[in-house]
Design a protein around this ligand. Structure first.
Ligand code: NDP
Length: 484
């Protein structure tokens, strides 16, 4: 007699659930936001939708003269802005937060169009968190000395801020909100592949009637960023991006009396002990590495599994990975969207090839991918040696490298055996173990039984080659003030 299956296998098929874009009005061409108005750029470059390779708009790129003009506008705006009663300054920051909320749907769609991330993430994570950062720092504006142990505080002055392409609006919010609340004026350079939401934020600054020159937004490439860093009239640089560029910036600012914060790359360990709730851990592993296609500085890209449960976790993870929906970022069912650019896709492919060449075992989810655009399906490597490039270098894509450990001490040693130290995850049922491991990890953020949780009240930043300085929370005020 054959056994009757207790449960019929369910084959779910989702109907497409595309987010409408007909209400989005992008201009054909955007210029530079300088001194409260639009300054014509000398050159323009298209910004491209990575899911279709279609151009979205022409973007003005700032040259040296434009960087000069933006810094001069920020300098001219500084005396009045810093002299404004702190409560009034806070109201402007608050108003920006409200306007982000009002334009949330538009911002989410444009973020997904320009960057390739799933609409579910831009709608539920990027945009609400960006608004939350402005709300949070609006509240600090008139309480700065309370946040800084009662000391007398003054703004740094004119701050140059350079942000990457993985969280364009959110990174702009992380940088601008504390800077403005502390009385600084700012020049922000968005990444060349994702300038659009920063330019919409410029419109929001206008709507909020922010005084001219307080915020200046100048898209461009690395040369624009380098010109901003080297500008002699800048009082502080805040940078998020690759460790290589971070090192160049540190060298370029050496010997100058300016503030510097660097939020750089990572190769974060996600550690699963055998007493963890494994199904919950698998969800956390998926969120840790496939959120935003793995284009996340704190992605849990090194998965450390206790040997006794390693096989079981890998099988559960592999099964779960097969359920991820890869494709149109604007479809509300999509879990993994497009890779941000052709260059980033090449980098991911090169590192994945290196992983195979070095002897690791690769499993890549077989899924239908759109014909155009840049895509990389979720990928899992086992049999990874700690010296393999895929265990050492930041891949910045949907690729997880699995390694095993036997004891708690070995887990800590392996997790800390990295040039980076941005974040980590610890999955265990024992609170005492979670605390002991967290204390021993050289990582700026340690999540317990969760991953990739962000909140404006909690500081974020790295150890070692992941950079220095903190963004978020009261600690995030410190880089934007001089204390006496
Ligand atoms: P970059 O570090 O080159 O880019 C980050 C920002 O810095 C961008 O706005 C970029 O402009 C700007 N920039 C580039 N060169 C200079 C310079 N010399 N001086 C000042 N600013 C500069 O990162 P990539 O975009 O090239 O990505 C490369 C790798 O970096 C990724 O594969 C990933 O591993 C890592 N990365 C890490 C991030 C993180 O959050 N930790 C974020 C992004 C990347 P432009 O966009 O025009 O190049």
């Amino acid at each position: 007699m054959t056994a009757t299956p207790t449960r019929a296998a369910l084959a779910w098929e989702y109907s497409p659930a595309p987010e409408a874009t007909d209400h989005i009005r992008l201009a054909e061409r955007y210029e530079l936001f300088v001194d409260g108005g639009w300054r014509e750029a000398a050159s323009h470059q298209p910004t491209v939708n990575p899911a279709t390779e279609e151009p979205l708009a022409e973007i003005g790129w700032a040259g040296e003269a434009d960087v000069d003009a933006a810094v001069a506008a920020a300098r001219a705006a500084l005396p009045r802005w810093r002299a404004l009663p702190a409560l009034e300054r806070g109201k402007y920051v608050f108003r920006i937060a409200r306007l982000i909320q009002e334009r949330a749907r538009e911002l989410a769609i444009v973020e997904s169009l320009d960057g390739g991330k799933p609409i579910r993430e831009s709608r539920d994570v990027d945009v609400p968190l960006a608004a939350a950062h402005f709300f949070y720092y609006a509240g600090w504006a008139d309480k700065l000395s309370y946040g800084l142990a009662g000391r007398r505080v003054e703004p740094m002055g004119v701050v140059g801020q350079i942000v990457p392409w993985n969280f364009p609006l959110l990174m702009a919010a992380w940088k601008l909100a504390p800077a403005l609340a502390c009385g600084n004026t700012a020049v922000l350079k968005p990444a060349e592949t994702t300038p659009l939401t920063a330019l919409l934020l410029a419109e929001i600054c206008q709507e909020a009637e922010l005084p001219d020159g307080v915020v200046n937004i100048i898209p461009g490439d690395g040369a624009t960023g380098a010109a901003l860093v080297r500008h002699p009239d800048i009082d502080k640089i805040a940078f998020t991006g690759s460790t290589g560029v971070g090192k160049d910036i540190q060298a370029a600012t050496a010997g100058r009396d300016i503030g510097l914060t660097l939020e750089l790359g990572g190769k974060s360990a996600n550690i699963v002990f055998d007493d963890a709730a494994l199904d919950q851990a698998v969800e956390g592993i998926v969120n840790g590495i496939f959120f935003n296609q793995g284009h996340v500085c704190c992605a849990g890209s090194r998965l450390l599994l206790q040997e006794s449960v390693a096989e079981e976790v890998v099988e559960k993870l592999w099964r779960r990975m097969g359920l991820l929906r890869v494709g149109d970022p604007l479809d509300k069912n999509t879990d993994v969207g497009a890779i941000n650019s052709a260059e980033q896709l090449e980098r991911i492919e090169a590192l994945v090839d290196a992983g195979e060449r070095e002897g690791a075992t690769r499993r890549t989810v077989a899924c239908a991918l759109p014909e155009r655009g840049y895509w990389f399906p979720p990928t899992l490597f086992t049999d990874v040696a700690p010296v393999n490039r895929i265990a050492v270098e930041e891949i910045f894509g949907p690729v997880v490298s699995v390694m095993t450990f036997r004891t708690q001490a070995e887990a800590i040693e392996k997790a800390n055996s990295s040039a980076y130290g941005l974040a980590a995850g610890v999955w265990t049922d024992k609170g005492s173990r979670a605390l002991a491991v967290a204390r021993a990890l050289k990582a700026g953020v340690v999540w317990q039984n969760t991953y990739n949780q962000f909140d404006p009240t909690s500081p974020f930043g790295g150890y070692k080659e992941s950079g220095f300085g903190r963004e978020g929370g009261a600690a995030g005020l410190r880089p934007y003030v001089r204390v006496s």
